[in-house]
Ligand binder design. Structure first.
Ligand code: ATP
Ligand code: MG
Length: 592
């Protein structure tokens, strides 16, 4: 099935075309963006991420504007203005100073979406220490591994998380000098009470001169394909956070913005903390777990205007049907975007039908630090496409060698120009939020660049209008009887069947075909697994996909996901083949 583009001009209820894409792309340069962005900063503090996110607004007219609206698990709402956030982050910077924690020292967070998280992030950045966020759902082992790799000096957490997950590993972390805990106390042995330290600290803090290249954030990747890597980001990244949020998320100072990503991974930081605050807007933070009704209620009650979420969440909402969102007033919602894994065309179109707005897919990685390719606010959306490179981003597809990755000969890689041909997605280095290294793994970092490109490890194709279409991660491509098959295409077709809510597709070794395509599908409410349904799905896929259709289909109501919401195909495969599961530290509900 081919999907009609969703037009930005004409009758459909979508964001009006405010920015001229072609013109912006032509006129754009990062140097100018940097200059205009840091314009008005009285001195080099202006290069500091936290200065740009908070302090700048204190000098402007937005001190009393609500910066954070935190909805607790119990529904209780706590508001912090820009002034509150400014003062509290100053205090936290002073707390670090008093402990002798300084420039370059690593501060880790293991917190849910509590107000303390935002204060810690901003205070750490002001102090020129390095912030590394952990998923609060991590178990002791992944926590220990990351703290050790990242040489964590300070950890900010809750007393409960400390007792459950950290107390037992503390002995093996000699570098971890201080653990600060939230709450009213008493603090567990070996920890300090954050509120006490904050009360003792002064509310004034002078941000030291910040070099744009000073290290700011350490982000571990999602670990979808293997062992997580620690990507290093610098203060200059804020220029890209702001610019890309303007283009890809259409953010404006008047917005109420909700980013559902966990602050434990890069989306939850770049667009869940930094970028939105640079606009001086109101950021909604919901500490509750996913629940369709709760999420619709948050959109309605908080009058969210721009919403950034994930394909998995959208698929789960879609699974609950079209009638549910009609019970809520979503009229303030003017823009929806999604990231993290391929967005099935079905979902984009469902957004327009059921929520009144289409879903804008965008593509980026922990390594890129910010959105690179996007269904830009001003562009027509092609459902199923990731969109086009943002201004300042040069993306290309490179010809591949026998190993499936870009072929670089004598430092030269060939770009694919013909539309529709698959290649490795590559980016021209030089954008401000590009990672500056994998911590402790210089060879691995060096290997990510070749022939003048950063190699993403993803396979894509481009159409005649310059839209990029995701095919697969290079490691996920299935080779079956001479065909190269991207699991995503097969998954999307399966999802067009009314019974299918989500699918995960893998290649299974086969003596004749090399690999055969096997699909695991989650069914929508109202459907039961049965042999008849299985045969119907096989036939349905065969009609659509021909030779590349799955030969085997199994029902699985519990597809494995990473904590950032991606289907973990490598785990499906390991389970299928009875192989060791490898690193599952980022797996959601490991017991489920
Ligand atoms: P690891 O590198 O440890 O295996 P990861 O690649 O999942 O983990 P992230 O940096 O969180 O870690 O994810 C980036 C990857 O997610 C991209 O390389 C791509 O494979 C996938 N991805 C992100 N956005 C999209 C999108 N819009 N469409 C398709 N795939 C996407
Ligand atoms: Mg990756």
């Amino acid at each position: 099935m081919t999907w009609d583009p969703i037009r930005k001009t004409g009758g459909q209820a979508v964001t009006p075309n405010l920015i001229d894409y072609t013109e912006e792309c032509r006129a754009f340069s990062w140097t100018t963006a940097q200059r205009s962005f840091f314009h008005g900063s009285p001195d080099s503090r202006g290069s500091n991420m936290a200065y740009e996110a908070v302090d700048r607004h204190i000098e402007g007219l937005r001190s009393d504007h609500v910066a954070l609206r935190c909805i607790g698990r119990d529904g209780q709402v706590t508001e912090l203005t820009y002034r509150d956030l400014h003062d509290a982050s100053n205090r936290f910077a002073n707390v670090l100073g008093a402990l002798g924690v300084g420039k370059g020292d690593r501060v880790f967070t293991l917190l849910g979406r509590l107000p303390e998280l935002y204060v810690t992030v901003l205070g750490t950045l002001k102090n020129l220490s390095v912030l590394s966020p952990l998923f609060s759902a991590f178990g002791p082992e992944p926590i220990c591994e990351r703290l050790r790799l990242g040489e964590g000096r300070v950890l900010v957490t809750t007393p409960e998380l400390y007792m459950r997950k950290v107390a037992g590993i503390r002995q093996s972390l000699p570098e971890l000098k201080y653990v600060l805990v939230t709450g009213k106390g008493p603090a567990p042995g070996g920890t300090l009470l954050l509120s006490e330290r904050m009360a003792e600290a002064g509310g004034r803090f002078e941000i030291p001169p910040t070099d744009p290249e000073d290290m700011a954030l350490l982000h571990f990747t999602s670990g979808t394909t293997g062992r997580p890597k620690g990507a290093i980001h610098v203060h200059d990244a804020v220029v890209a956070h702001h610019t890309t949020a303007k283009y890809a998320l259409d953010l404006r100072p008047s917005d109420v913005f909700w980013c559902t990503a966990d602050p434990g991974w890069v989306t939850g930081m770049s667009y869940g903390v930094i970028a939105p605050l640079t606009f001086g807007l109101t950021l909604v933070v919901d500490a509750g777990e996913f629940d369709a009704r709760r999420w619709y209620r948050t959109l309605q009650d908080q009058q969210v205007t721009v919403w950034y979420t994930s394909p998995t969440a959208l698929r789960m909402l879609m699974r609950r049907g079209d009638a549910l969102p009609r019970e809520y007033d979503l009229s303030r919602l003017r823009y929806i975007a999604s990231v993290g894994e391929p967005l099935n065309p079905e979902v984009t179109v469902w957004g327009l039908r059921a929520l009144g707005q289409p879903v804008h897919d965008n593509w980026w990685q922990t390594e890129t630090g910010a959105i690179m390719i996007s269904n830009y606010a001003a562009m027509d959306i092609k459902p199923g496409s990731m969109g086009r490179p943002l201004p300042g981003v040069e993306a290309a597809l490179l010809e591949r060698g026998a190993d499936g990755r870009a072929r670089v000969v004598d430092g030269y890689a060939r770009e694919i120009v013909a539309p529709g041909v698959e290649g490795e997605l590559a980016l021209r280095p030089g954008w401000p939020s590009m990672f500056r290294g994998y911590l402790g793994q210089p060879e691995r970092y060096a290997k990510a660049f070749a022939g003048g490109w950063y190699l993403s490890g993803d396979i894509a194709r481009k159409d005649e209008d310059g839209y990029f279409w995701f095919v697969a991660r290079a490691d996920d491509v299935i080779k079956s009887a001479g065909h190269l098959i991207g699991p995503f295409e097969v998954e999307s077709v399966l999802m067009e069947h009314p019974a299918v809510a989500e699918a995960g597709v893998i290649g299974k070794p086969d003596p004749v075909a090399g690999e055969l395509v096997k699909a695991f599908v989650t069914l929508n409410a109202g459907y039961e697994p049965s042999e008849t349904l299985r045969l119907e799905l096989v036939a349905f896929a065969r009609r659509r996909l021909g030779a590349v259709a799955p030969k085997e289909i199994a029902f699985d109501q519990n597809l494995p996901h990473t904590r950032s919401g991606k289907v973990m195909r490598r785990l499906l495969k390991a389970r299928e083949l009875g192989m060791p599961e490898g690193d599952t530290s980022t797996l959601e509900h490991p017991d489920g």
